[in-house]
Design a protein around this ligand. Structure first.
Ligand SMILES: [Zn+2]
Length: 171
């Protein structure tokens, strides 16, 4: 992004901004990580300033098996019991044979006994109830990124509160 001119590097100590040319002119310190190129060592930027964006890009949660398991908390949505992954399957609330779609709103986790009991019937016909109404989760995939190493320089730019937000744990 810096190379393309979409972002500038901020030097955390001085708050000075650099474009790619002026940043690559700076000599790397002995103890700091660098990106090695054929002709020079490029310091790894720790803080960048986006010149055109004003917020994090909003991406919707991908509809995946993994995310569906996370949304339902590894619990059968009919009996509410938490089960190991091997004991859970994805159930179409409105069965596919009745035109039910494979979507966030129509798919739930079901344990094997509940899935067998419900069979290919609708909710009404089976007389079963859902623990929660299935919907698209509103959590952002950005929040699930695990920060490997917090840079000391980030403290100046991001409030402490940001780091205390409860995040979903990755299995
Ligand atoms: Zn169940």
């Amino acid at each position: 992004m810096v190379y393309r001119g979409v972002a500038k590097v901020i030097q955390p100590e001085t708050f000075q901004t650099h474009d790619f040319a002026s940043w690559s002119d700076l000599a790397a310190r002995r103890d700091e990580p660098v990106i090695r190129t054929v002709r020079f060592d490029l310091r790894v930027p720790e803080v960048i300033l986006l010149l055109r964006n004003d917020r994090m890009p909003v991406r919707s949660v991908p509809f995946s098996r993994r995310n569906l398991y996370r949304r339902d908390g590894y619990c059968c949505q009919y009996c509410g019991r938490k089960q190991p992954t091997s004991e859970l399957s994805i159930d179409h609330v409105v069965p596919r044979s009745r035109g039910g779609k494979t979507t966030w709103e129509n798919c739930v986790l079901a344990c094997i006994p509940c899935n067998v009991t419900k069979g290919h019937r609708t909710l009404e016909a089976s007389g079963m109830y859902l623990v929660t109404k299935p919907r698209k989760p509103d959590w952002s995939p950005c929040l699930t990124v695990t920060v490997q190493r917090r840079r000391a320089s980030w403290e100046k730019f991001v409030s402490e509160q940001y780091w205390n937000v409860a995040l979903d744990e990755e299995e």
